[in-house]
Design a protein around this ligand. Structure first.
Ligand SMILES: *Cc1c(COP(=O)(O)O)cnc(C)c1O
Length: 391
């Protein structure tokens, strides 16, 4: 990163920088010389703005393998999750008030599910096994006649564990239950083909895939019965599903990010994999170190490790200026051990020592080597000063 030669950034699961090609697409759309008009306006300038939105919608639809009319622009994955879960729960409340999710979900799903619990809905929280994976038969057993919605994420933002959304979605289809997937971490990184997948609602956000912050989308399947009640009301844009003037520059940026992600997916995947393997190779011999999350279901952009006899907050400080995460970025202000790692059966002691390394397109082997070095040094130093530990 610029102006800070010591900083090594390995926190791409929290946010990615906008690709320079994305910045080039967005920049001209802000000013008086660009297509700044309201895309809902009927005049020629409005039509020009609208063309940018239409192009971007096509680009995102191609990446997701869906139809353009199945996409709704939002402010990010948090809003998409809220619209999907509250919107579907309300839309189908007459038929039943039971929802299913997991304690390992992002706060945007978990907190809104807890809110619905307080508002008279019932929520079943399915636990994964100790590698973070949900066995589809557990979902099958949890579905009841009054179940209306299942929400399970694709790639976990803390552990990188990939859920088998094909198998989980197939169960939902069979039982006529809507299936929502928070795919903020996987869109543009793992192949998705929503036309052929049993997914009804899917949340995504641009800033995890080299687009700008503050723009996301919700996929709402066009198949009959898949509807959500709007959360906000206004000018009727986007068919009333999410009104408000469209953020044309951000949408155009997301579209370009989707185009790039689609055309470079394979090489990016291989790049992430080799960085993750390089880091693990460098630290796996440390005494008492464990990976959090299944190795066979691991997304290569994330490596989450715990280590015995080391205090997490001190470790994060000792690693500075290496930018990594304890728990998820959104939780890291609280001192509580990660609820995601606790759901995997990790002890408080091990959970609080967890560090999430996450890799991106800009990550170089040199940066990974520096991370290895700093991690090893920090562990050695903290163990050296830990009271009551034999040398
Ligand atoms: C980042 C993230 C979100 C929130 O996305 P925003 O764009 O910040 O609202 C939701 N879910 C997951 C899995 C994420 O990684």
């Amino acid at each position: 990163m610029s102006n800070s030669t010591d900083i090594v950034y390995l926190d791409y699961a929290a946010s990615t920088p906008a690709d320079p090609r994305v910045v080039d697409v967005m920049t001209p759309l802000f000013g008086a010389d660009g297509d700044f008009a309201n895309p809902s306006s009927g005049h020629v300038a409005g039509r020009r703005s609208r063309a940018h939105v239409e192009r971007a919608t096509g680009q995102l639809a191609e990446l997701l393998g869906c139809r353009e009319e199945e996409l709704v622009w939002t402010s990010g994955a948090t809003e998409s999750d809220n619209l999907a879960i509250v919107g579907a729960a309300r839309y189908r409340a007459d038929r039943g008030r039971h929802l299913i999710t997991m304690p390992t979900e992002h706060k945007a799903v978990a907190d809104v599910s807890r809110l619905l619990e307080k508002k008279g809905f019932e929520v079943s929280w399915l636990r994964p096994d100790d590698t973070g994976v949900l066995d589809p038969t557990i979902l099958e057993a949890a579905i009841r006649p009054d179940t209306q919605l299942v929400s399970i994420m694709h790639v976990n933002n803390e552990t990188g564990v990939i859920q088998d959304i094909e198998a989980l979605g197939a169960i939902c289809r069979e039982r006529d239950v809507l299936f929502h997937v928070d795919a903020a971490q996987s869109v543009g990184k793992l192949p998705l083909d929503l036309a052929s997948m049993p997914v009804d609602l899917l949340s995504t956000t641009a800033h995890k895939v080299y687009g700008p912050k503050g723009i996301g989308a919700l996929y709402i399947s066009g198949r009959p019965g898949c509807r959500v009640e709007a959360l906000i009301h206004g000018g009727g844009q986007q068919g009333g599903r999410r009104p408000g003037t469209l953020a044309v520059p951000l949408i155009a940026g997301f579209g370009e990010a989707a185009r790039i992600a689609r055309s470079e997916m394979q090489e990016n995947h291989a790049h992430l994999r080799s960085q993750r393997e390089r880091l693990w190779r460098g630290i796996r011999d440390l005494e008492g170190i464990v990976q959090n999350g299944s190795e066979s279901h691991a997304f290569p952009g994330i490596l989450n490790v715990s280590i015995e006899d080391v205090e997490g907050e001190s470790l994060l400080l000792a690693l500075e200026p290496l930018c990594v995460a304890t728990g998820s970025a959104c939780n890291s202000k609280s001192q509580e051990p990660s609820s995601v790692l606790r759901a995997l059966g990790r002890s408080d002691m091990l959970a609080q020592s967890a560090i999430r390394f996450s890799f991106g397109r800009p990550t170089t082997p040199d940066e990974v080597d520096i991370a290895v070095e700093r991690y090893r040094t920090a562990i050695a130093r903290l163990r050296d000063i830990a009271p009551g530990r034999a040398a």
